[in-house]
Structure formats: C-alpha cells, structure tokens
Ligand binder design. Structure first.
Ligand SMILES: Nc1ncnc2c1ncn2[C@@H]1O[C@H](COP(=O)(O)OP(=O)(O)OP(=O)(O)O)[C@@H](O)[C@H]1O
Length: 912
C-alpha cells in the first residue's frame, strides 16, 4: 500500500517539474518578444516625431489634385449634359421665351423632354433641366417642405392613412405658389408647341379655382382642346382616363405595339391625341379615386395619357417626375440634389396668342388625312382569296375606314361632280390595295373616258420609266374610242368564261374555292376601273347595246369569279345611263359619293349634299342611310406622293422571275407605228399566204388589223375616202408588210396624185429593187400587158386610182384601161395578183368597177375613211351599210370573208 502511494507521489512530482520547466521557457520567450516590440515602438515613435510636416504637405497636394480633377470632370460632364439636354428639348420644347414659337414635330419623332429651367455649375455652361411628359410620364409638383417621400408623395411602404396625409406648402391650396403655376404653364405651352395642332388635349381639374397656370390657355376651350372638370368631377375624370387607356390598349395597340410612341415610330401613324390632365388639389381622394390614379400613373404614358398633379399625393414611382419647388428654384427627382434655377413663366400674351392660333387651326378642320396612313407596314402580305380590303381614308375621328370588294359587295359606283376628287379617290384606293396585295393577287385594268391622261402614270412614260406592277392595261384619251371600252369588256368576258370553266372543272363555284383547289394556278382578283363609263353606254347603237350586255354579265357573274368593276361618273346622266338597267345597278352595292354627288345613294339619303371638301360617303349597302360612313380622303394625286409608292413596288417587282412586264398603254391620241408593232415584227419572209397589215386594231392587245391575201376571188382591197394622209398610211403599211413576207414578189406602184407622191417615194427602200413605178399613162400601158403569173405573186398598188380615170377610159386594142383593171380585179387574186388601191370616193370606185348596178364582189375588203356608212351599202352585206361616223385618223375596215361587223382601225403613222 505505502509503495503504491509513494510511486503516485513521485510521478505527480515529475509531471509538475516538467510543467514548471516548460512554463519557464514560454515566459522567457514572451519577455524577449516584449522587449523586441518595445524597442520597435520606440523606433517608430522616434521616426514619427520626425515626419508630420512632410505627410501634411503630401496630403494637401493630393487633395488639391483631386479637387482639380473633380472640378474638371464636373465641368466636362456639365458641358456634355448641356449638349445632350439641348438635343433632347429642341424647338418649342426648349427655346427661351423671347422669340418662342410652336415647332410641331413630325409624327415619327418621339416627343421631346420639356425644359423648365437650368442647373448652374461653376466653370461650365448651364445644363438644361428637363422634365419628361408626353409619352414618358407624369409630373408631381410639391412645395419646399415636402420633398420626395415626405407628404405630397407617398411610398409603397406607407399605410393608407400615411398616404393621405398631406403636409407642407405644396400639399395645401393655400400654399400653392406662383412658381408652381408658372411651371404648369411652362409644361403645357412647351408640350402644345412641340406637338401637331390638336394632338394635345388638356383637361383641368381645379376645384378651388386657383387658375393654377391654366387661365391663359382658355382660348383652347372652344376648339375642344381644353376642358374643365368641376368640383366633384375628379372621380369621373379619372374613370374616363382609365377607360381611354383601356380602349387604346385593346383596339389601337391591340397587342401589336407596346405603346403609342413605339407604334408611331414603327408605322408613322399616331391615331390618338395625347391627353394631359392637370389636377390641382381638392379633397382627400377616395379609395376608388386613388386606385384609378395609380392605374393612370402606371399605364397612362404608353397610351399618351399624362397627369400634372399638384396638391394631391402621388406615389414615388419611376413614371413620376417629382418637382419640389421653392421660390424660383426646384429639385427634380431625376436630378438628385442639384438645384434647378427655374425659367420664368411664359409671357401671358404668348400663352393666349398661341392658344388662340392653335384653336383656330383645329377649328378650321382636322389635319388632312395622309396617304401614307393608307399603306401597310409591310407590302404584299395579304391574300385576295376571300376579297380585297383596304382603307381609302379615315373617319372624322381619325380612324382608318376600309372598303371591301368581294362576293359582297362585288362592285363599286363612284360619283361626284367634276373636281370633287373621284380620280384622287381612285388613286388612294389603288395605292392602298396595291401595297397590300401583290401583283399575283391583284390585277388592274384601267380605262378613262375623260379627256386627259390621268391613268397614264401607271404605265411607263418618257419622264418616268416605272409602272404599277399590278396594272395590265391602261386606256387613256379613249373618249372617242368607245371600241376600246368594248374590247376591254370582251376581254374580261373571256376571262370570266375561263374562270367559270376552271371552276366547273374543279367542281367549285367561287374564286376562293378555286384557289384552294388549284393553289398553283394564276387566279388574281381583277379590278377594272372605268372613269366616265357612261360614254360607253350612251348612243343607241350596237356598240352601246353590246357594252351594256357585257357589263351586266360581268357584274352578275364576276362577283364569284373575282372580277370586280369600279365605275365612276361625274354627272347625273352617267348614273342615269345605268338607272334604266336595274339588274345592272343592283350589282353595284358599294356606293361612294363625293360632295354634291347626286342619285348614287338612296333617294332619302342626302349625306353627300353637306359633305365637306375632300370627304366621301362610303356606303356598302346600295346607299341605305344607315350604312353611311363619312371618310376623309387623303391627297393621293400628287405625282411625288404617288411616285414614291409606285417606284417602291416597281423596283420590288421588276427583278422577280414572275414579273409580267409593263402594262399595255392605249393612248387614243397617240399614232401607232408599224415598225414597233408586234405583228409586224413577227412577219417572216416566204409566207405562202401573206397577210396585209392595215393599221392597229382597237383592242386590249396591240394587234394589227390583218387581211390575209389568199388565192381566192375578191382578195383585193380598196381604201376609200378623201383623206390623203390616212389613205397613204394604210397603203404604205400594206406595202411594207407584204414586202417583208414576199421579198421575191413583183411590186408595181402607180402614184396618180401628186399629194401621194411623197409616201409612194418613201416606199422605195422597203420594196424590191425591181418594183415598177408608174404614172397614169404608164398604168394605162401596164394594165393590158398584165398576165397574172401564179408562180410569182404580184401586188399592184394604186395611189388615187380614180385620178387616172380619164386615161383609163381610153380604149386601146378594143378595151379600155378600166376594163383591163376590172379583169385584173376579178381574176387576179386566184392567180396571186392582187390590187391594193385607194379611191377618193365610193362613187368613183363604183365608176371604175362599171357604174351603178355593177358587181362589187371583186373588192373583198375595204377600208373606209371619211365616208358615210350609208354610202358603203353596195359593199356591205346588210342593207343601209355599216354604222360609221368618220373621225380623224380612224378607219373602218371590213373583210367580207371574215368579218360579221366591221372593225375600227388606227392607221400606222407615216414615215416619209
Ligand atoms: N382628298 C384630297 N385632298 C387634297 N386634294 C384633293 C383631294 N381630292 C382631290 N384633290 C385635288 O382636287 C383636284 C380635283 O381632283 P380630281 O381630279 O380627283 O377630281 P375629279 O372628281 O376626278 O374631277 P374630274 O371629274 O373633273 O376629273 C385635283 O387637283 C386633286 O389633286
């Protein structure tokens, strides 16, 4: 037991002694560290005592350097801010009051910020202090003791009671300062001056009748640009603004644009005015009013709805610029603590005069409708399968008004006295259509029976090589060429049949179905526009009859085949020409009446009588009063306005492989040329039965009137009439066209009248070198010798054949020259000898043929110039002769072998 205790004691002692030894070692080390530290401290203290003067000098230098750098930086920043500020508040938005005047921005320009004063920084130019309003946000004006978050504004975290608590000068009516009034006037005048007249509408809520800067704007009120809401009307005003915002979101922006500003930049359209409500205090807001106010503050700016608020608490949101006004200085929430020296108020007479002028501008009528508004953002995106819809203008409220051509309504009638804008309306409508529907979706055929060339711009001309790619045919100066109208109707009739046949084949009835069944087919909708169409229907002749029948058929059946007619007329007789044909009129359910148009709308519908200039009544229900829509038509006639669109469409279309080339331009005043006619170009040498080209047919295509010279009896031609030039032109074209096909044939030319000599001579280079040239005695010698030779065609041209009568009357060898001529006329063609002659009257032709009662069938074809139809009865199968009223540079051509009725031709121009 004692041994155990002893051993424990010893081991404890040993452990204690080890611990003591270790503690001693640590203590020594600590003492030595302390001594080292004390020595270092002493050294540092000693060094520190030697350096304070140097450190202070260095610090001061650095501080001065920093101050300089800061000042330079500030000055630079201020300079840049001044430049940027001037750029963001241009013209009326930033100009000083002396010399200030409105400078309305164009629609695609985003509105400027509005200058209220300037920030002064030493050593730098003043920086304009700008406030965002139109399209950007709202402005809250508060007094000096109510900075952001301190009463006249509220923050999100505040309780309802806190929100309603107003404090300080800015929150009470009594504290309303002159500076705040002047700020309201500044903001309103700058906003009005920088926007187009009428596009900023102000509503004032001023229950305590403080004026609040609004008084000078009173002249705006009669024009509806300034309205006041009386005490108790705040809730109604806020509700109205919220409804307005909702409507714009739903119907104007319609999910396609995020704001009116973005829409204006993207489309160039700004269909709604800005609405600025100036709220100048009043009672505490109800819960509902507060909610509506918040909605406006949150969503108004995107819809052009803005508030300028004073004396009503508003939240501190990014959409609100809070201006804390204190005398002639202010703090702007967007400028932090930099004080703004406010501009003085706009001079009272400037406010009044500007307001008066704006009101006058607006009262004299809305800004004219704009052609660009009719055009879509992107061209050629629409399908015409179901119809054609496009705006023609806008409503008095500025909303686009579209019209449709489809199964219903299929056709349109346009009426209005001369100068009321029918042609302009047609341009506007065509522009809107041709920008929406590509040329594979829509084709135009245009005919103008008025004198003038209004539609010629759609075809390439000398001044402008462009054309509207949708246009396939343009007819101008056709007032005396009703045949051209008839040709167009016949052409459309054929197209109608083609479409009806295709529909039948695919077992469908409508164009939309046909297109679905035959997606690769070419089935554009066709719109035929005929201006002064009544010209076509006047006259009780066969032509008018056929035109009416064709029109009726097209109107009735065209609707389902995608062929639409637009007929325009300036006088009552035009419409009356239709009125006798109720079946035809009934198809024209779309009626467009220009100011003072008569008889186009229903009888009791007098809307057109009171229509202002450049407006139209569009009525898609045959003129019934209830269907009236008043439309402002934009100016579309101006060549530059139109040209810009046409060039754009033309360039886009020209390079496409499907491009169809330029439209056919038929100009009734132009003289066609043989050398450029397609039929002449197509003639080839060696043709067995050559064709004689006599002139241009009046047709949809530029075709020649043709006489085939087969080996049949009667294949001679007589040109009859006194007009030398036209007669020579017909014979010259005949000679040149024959020479091109039969260079080996024999040609004989007898020129028997001096007046024709120049033309006859001009043929020399184009006829074979062995052509025989004869005068009257020469002809008298030639005729007896002539023996037709079937192996070599022979063409005998007689210029003024009747002028050789006395010479041919002489008998040589028992027979007169006339007898020889008759023998040739009767028997020559079978043996390929043909006479192509000009006689200056029908009577002389008859004399040469043997006199009254003699046979006329050797003249199988004739071209009549200034000859009355009745005189031709002997050469025409029907009694009384053809209907023909001679007119300059037109001829009536009849070929017994091929024609049922004669055709009108235009002689080719002479190339002497
Ligand atoms: N909406 C409009 N805006 C501005 N100017 C227009 C408008 N409509 C027509 N005009 C102008 O009025 C004039 C007459 O217009 P337009 O030629 O279209 O009339 P119209 O009815 O076709 O006359 P007419 O029957 O004699 O040919 C033209 O100078 C045209 O530019």
């Amino acid at each position: 037991m004692p041994d155990v205790r002893t051993s424990v004691v010893e081991s404890v002692r040993a452990a204690l002694s080890r611990a003591r030894a270790a503690a001693r070692v640590h203590l020594d080390a600590a003492r030595s560290d302390l001594a080292g530290a004390e020595a270092r401290l002493a050294r540092v203290q000693q060094a520190g005592e030697q350096r304070p003067a140097r450190a202070a000098a260095e610090r001061d230098r650095r501080l001065a350097e920093l101050a300089d750098k800061h000042a330079a930086g500030m000055a630079d920043l201020a300079r840049r801010a001044a430049v940027a500020g001037a750029l963001r508040a241009t013209g009326a938005a930033g100009d000083p009051w002396p010399g200030w005047h409105p400078t309305p921005a164009i629609r695609t320009e985003p509105p400027d910020l509005l200058r209220v004063g300037e920030i002064r920084i030493p050593g730098a130019p003043p920086v304009p202090a700008l406030v965002p309003l139109l399209d950007r946000g709202h402005v809250a004006l508060v007094g000096p003791h109510t900075g952001p978050g301190a009463g006249a504004v509220w923050t999100e975290e505040r309780s309802d009671e806190g929100r309603q608590r107003l404090q300080g000068a800015g929150a009470s009516a009594s504290g309303a300062s002159a500076s705040q009034h002047s700020l309201v006037a500044t903001l309103l005048l700058r906003a009005l001056g920088r926007a187009a007249p009428g596009t900023v509408r102000i509503t004032g809520y001023d229950p305590e009748r403080l004026g609040g800067g609004l008084a000078g704007f009173a002249p705006l009120a009669p024009a509806g640009l300034l309205t006041f809401v009386g005490p108790g009307g705040l809730a109604g005003l806020l509700d109205d603004l919220v409804d307005h915002i909702r409507r714009i979101n739903e119907t104007v922006l319609a999910g396609e644009h995020s704001s009116l500003r973005e829409m204006a930049v993207a489309t160039g359209k700004r269909p709604e005015p800005w609405r600025v409500a100036v709220l100048l205090g009043g009672d505490e807001l109800s819960r509902h009013e507060r909610a509506q106010l918040e909605r406006i503050l949150r969503t108004g700016a995107a819809c052009g709805v803005h508030l300028i608020v004073r004396g009503i608490p508003v939240p501190e949101w990014s959409t609100v610029e809070t201006v804390t006004v204190d005398g002639d200085t202010a703090l702007l929430s967007s400028c932090g603590p930099l004080p703004v020296l406010l501009d003085g108020p706009p001079p009272a007479d400037l406010v009044t005069a500007t307001s008066r002028r704006l009101a006058e501008r607006v009262s004299t009528g809305p800004a004219p409708a704009v052609f660009a508004d009719l055009l879509p953002e992107e061209i050629w995106t629409e399908s015409s399968a179901a119809g054609l819809t496009a705006p023609v203008g806008d409503s008095p409220e500025g909303r686009p008004v579209s019209v449709t051509l489809a199964d219903y309504p299929p056709h349109a009638l346009i009426a209005g006295p001369s100068g009321t804008g029918k042609t302009n309306l047609i341009y506007a409508w065509m522009g809107a259509l041709s920008a929406r529907y590509s040329p594979t979706e829509l084709e135009f055929y245009l005919l103008d029976f008025k004198e003038g060339v209004s539609f010629a711009r759609f075809a390439p001309g000398q001044r402008d090589p462009s054309w509207l790619p949708h246009v396939r045919l343009v007819g101008v100066n056709v007032n005396t060429d009703r045949e051209f109208g008839l040709a167009l109707l016949r052409f459309l009739g054929r197209e109608l049949r083609r479409r009806a046949d295709a529909a039948k084949q695919h077992e469908v009835t409508k164009l939309a179905e046909l297109r679905a069944e035959d997606p690769t087919g070419h089935w554009p909708r066709i719109v035929a526009v005929v201006d002064e169409f009544q010209v076509l229907l006047t006259g009780r002749d066969a032509l008018a009859q056929e035109a009416a029948t064709l029109l009726e058929d097209l109107a009735r059946r065209g609707r389902s085949q995608g062929i639409h007619l637009i007929l325009a007329s300036q006088d009552v007789s035009g419409i009356e020409a239709l009125w006798g044909r109720p079946a035809l009129v009934a198809q024209f359910t779309l009626r467009i009446a220009l100011p003072k148009a008569r008889r186009i709308l229903a009888e009791t519908n007098t809307a057109a009588e009171t229509l202002p200039r450049h407006h139209a009544v569009v009525n898609a229900d045959s003129g019934a009063v209830e269907a009236n829509r008043i439309v402002r038509i934009p100016a579309a006639s101006d060549r530059r306005t139109w040209g810009e669109l046409q060039h754009r469409l033309w360039r886009d279309w020209r390079d496409r492989p499907a491009s169809l080339g330029a439209p056919r331009l038929f100009d009734g005043d132009a003289v066609p040329q043989l050398a450029t006619s397609p039929d002449f170009a197509a003639l080839r040498p060696g043709t067995v039965d050559p064709v004689v080209l006599l002139g241009e047919s009046i047709d949809v295509q530029a075709r020649s009137a043709r006489l085939p010279l087969s080996r049949s009896p009667g294949r001679n031609i007589a040109v009859v009439g006194t007009r030398v030039e036209e007669a020579c032109a017909v014979l010259a074209a005949a000679a040149r066209s024959l020479a091109r096909q039969s260079p080996d044939a024999r040609f004989s030319v007898a020129c028997l009248d001096q007046d024709a000599a120049a033309t006859a001579e001009s043929l020399r280079p184009d006829l074979p070198p062995d052509t025989g040239w004869y005068d009257a005695p020469g002809l008298a010698e030639l005729l007896p010798e002539l023996e037709p030779d079937p192996s070599r065609p022979h063409y005998l041209f007689l210029f003024a054949a009747d002028a050789a009568a006395s010479t041919l009357a002489v008998k040589t060898g028992g027979r007169s020259g006339h007898e020889h001529l008759r023998r040739l006329l009767n028997t020559g063609p079978e043996r390929r000898t043909h006479v192509l002659g000009w006689w200056r009257s029908v009577a002389r032709l008859r004399d040469d043929l043997g006199g009254i009662g003699s046979r006329t069938d050797s003249i199988g074809a004739w071209v009549a110039l200034d000859v009355q139809g009745g005189d031709l009865s002997g050469f025409y199968p029907q009694q009384g002769g053809p209907v023909w009223y001679p007119r300059p540079w037109r001829a009536l051509y009849f070929d017994r072998a091929r024609h049922r009725t004669p055709e009108v031709v235009i002689p080719y121009g002479l190339t002497t």
